[in-house]
Design a protein around this ligand. Sequence first.
Ligand code: NAD
Length: 447
Amino acid sequence: MEYRVAQLEALGRFLDEKKEDILEAIALDMGKPPFEAELSEIFLCKNELHEALNNLSHWVKDQHVDRNLVMQLDSTFIRKDPYGVVLIIAPWNCPISLLLGPLIGAVAAGNCVILKPSEVTKNTERLMAEALPSYLDKDCVALVTAGVQETTRLLENKFDYIFYTGNPSVGRIVMAAAAKHLTPVMLELGGKNPCYVCDTCDVQNVARRVAWGRFFNAGQTCAGPDYVLCSAEMQEKLVPALRKAITDFYGFNPRVSPDFARIVGDTHFQRVQALLRSGRVVIGGQTDEKERYIAPTVLVDLQPSDPVMQEEIFGPILSIITVANMDEAIDFINSRERPLVVYAFSSDDKVVNQVLERTSSGGFCGNDTLMHVMLTSLPFGGIGNSGLGMYHGKFTFDTFTHHRGCLHRNMGREALNTLRYPPYSQQKLGIVRAASEVKRKGACTLL
Ligand code: NAD
């Protein structure tokens, strides 16, 4: 406990003392506004850290569990064992919190960790490689800087657990490498998060909440709303409301706004820019390759087969697809891969609940975007194509913990055990069953 707490406290000092360097490195890598960087990188990590430090003494304790009649005098408990050596591979879009968030849970659970930050965000990677090791015990945490080739080699090693965050195609590569050693994996992947907007809602509030979630970090957020599903009538009202929200947030020229980020690299820029050819641009659409700037953009008149509706956008583009009603929106969502998040907006709670009940996704957020990610009390993770496993708060500790089921029996009272030893008899079986049976609630015990 003391050792783990000391490592976590040291991680907290790293975040405090290197805060300015972190914000600067992230700004250099993708022009992430300091407000967004502080919120999504440092603040989220500090919350996770405090949650772990506040509760670790309870989390690590053996969890005593029910016993049957035969074991009344024995001890039955779940021991919280670390897996051993775990590998954490992180992406570039939140290069600090997606690396250190899992690290907090891994260390809290008692593991040794190999950290592999993204090579795409070069300045942040360098800062982490240079500064972090001096805060943490090198026998416990090692950081490896690696591109695809080196990571491929790294994955040939036998780890006890692999935590991967990134896109689904690399997720498959990681899972295949883990399968060679039967290593358990956690996959935090991406996808297209749908956002249903019902006809009865406060349009301007919806526009603000959707625009914030979509254009935060220039759309490079795995949990951001990827496309809106709404009626043609709602689209008529939503587009001007989105235009107003974008102007309120970033001014008439978002390019000069200090609150709007840039695309992380040239390849990503070209990929996102190409998506602008889908449908019709009704807001934004301007780009500048030198700056890797893509304006907050809204696309309409789209077909489900358009490129922008096929791949995860991961850029500042919001697509709008019109549907006749909620049923059609739900059918649309269910006809595609299960997303990381489903969003639903309506002034009528019944509508929000219907979308929740009739769809499947990693998480759900009604009448807002991204805010569910802020809570350490909610599990965060995907399902199907959007991932495997969950974390945040205690869920991170559990993810990196092997729950070892333990029974510690007494050496004596052997007479009780003879009932299960050969020579067997129907009478012995009856007694063993009666003493250890899990009875169905409400079942009649007289029969
Ligand atoms: P990325 O390119 O930085 O890749 C992620 C990590 O995988 C990096 O560390 C990289 O070095 C490594 N990698 C890349 N190719 C590899 C290969 N062939 N073999 C081994 N390792 C390899 O990031 P990305 O994948 O572009 O990140 C964006 C994706 O991540 C999006 O799909 C996004 O939705 C998803 N994402 C998911 C979450 C989540 O929590 N579910 C969070 C953030 C991002």
